[in-house]
Design a protein around this ligand. Structure first.
Ligand code: SF4
Length: 254
């Protein structure tokens, strides 16, 4: 029996082809190992079929138009990208395009002040806002099997984040478009799973970087290089950290 050749997994993140020469960017371009544009015809046609649903098609069309509208002076040649719109503006404009009147705001306790400002902005832009905090419902963490030593504040009842409840509250309130503000990793996943209306994200939580997770990525070749090492390799048995034990081609930021 002949063994079927295994297709390499899609690996766009490690594609070595420069953007203008990629098959996904230019029809006479080429693809890298595992290229999903070249190797996943059936999946691609399944995805294309989804866009035949008029509601999905319209949503995708408006999202694409909004994407274009985020750049100024597109008539200029040669064109150099001139982005002009912040994420919050993009959300408002997209919601207006889609004709949404009622927005659902699901936010984290850690961003309670920001949520108030966001609500004011959405209202000023003509939307009705329904909102729900992550701790709403007041269910203790122990209900889902979290032990005392696994809580943030030990020795007391700690309220769990309840993204399923947040989603259900916004479903019942008939939010047409949900906006997430600062939900934790995993809690956001559950919200996406249980929300009936389409959901976008204004900001994700990053407790260390002021909710700017890309700061860690931008610094991963310099001050935050330890993130690129497996945890066990970050320190040797003498407790020396990776800066003193690892040879590297790193270019210092200073
Ligand atoms: S789709 Fe193909 S060409 Fe495009 S980034 Fe992925 S591997 Fe590269």
């Amino acid at each position: 029996m002949t063994k079927r050749k295994k297709t390499p997994p899609p690996s766009c993140a490690s594609c070595e082809i420069i953007t203008p020469k990629r098959i996904c960017f230019s029809s006479n371009g080429t693809g890298s190992k595992g290229c999903p544009t070249l190797l996943k015809e059936k999946t691609l046609s399944e995805a294309e079929k989804e866009y035949e649903n008029p509601r999905t098609r319209e949503f995708a069309r408006q999202a694409s138009i909004q994407e274009g509208e985020c750049y100024a002076n597109r008539h200029q040649r040669p064109y150099v990208l001139q982005p002009t719109k912040t994420r919050v503006v993009e959300i408002c404009e997209f919601a207006q395009r889609m004709g949404y009147k009622r927005l659902g705001l699901a936010f984290c306790l850690g961003l309670v002040k920001e949520a108030g400002v966001v609500e004011e902005i959405f209202k000023a832009q003509g939307f009705e806002v329904v909102s729900v905090l992550c701790k709403a419902g007041g269910v203790p963490k122990k209900t889902i099997g979290v032990r005392d030593k696994e809580q943030i504040y030990q020795g007391m009842d700690e309220t769990m984040c309840n993204p399923i409840y947040q989603a259900k509250v916004l479903n019942k309130a008939k939010a047409e478009f949900n906006i997430l503000l600062g939900l934790c990793v995993g809690h956001d996943s559950l919200f996406f799973k249980y929300a009936k209306a389409p959901t976008t994200v204004l900001a994700v939580k990053d407790r260390v970087t002021g909710h700017n997770p890309l700061a860690a990525i931008y610094l991963s070749n310099s001050y935050y290089r330890k993130i690129t090492l497996p945890p066990a390799n970050q320190y040797n048995s003498q407790g020396q950290n990776y800066f003193s034990i690892r040879k590297t081609t790193h270019v210092s930021p200073i």
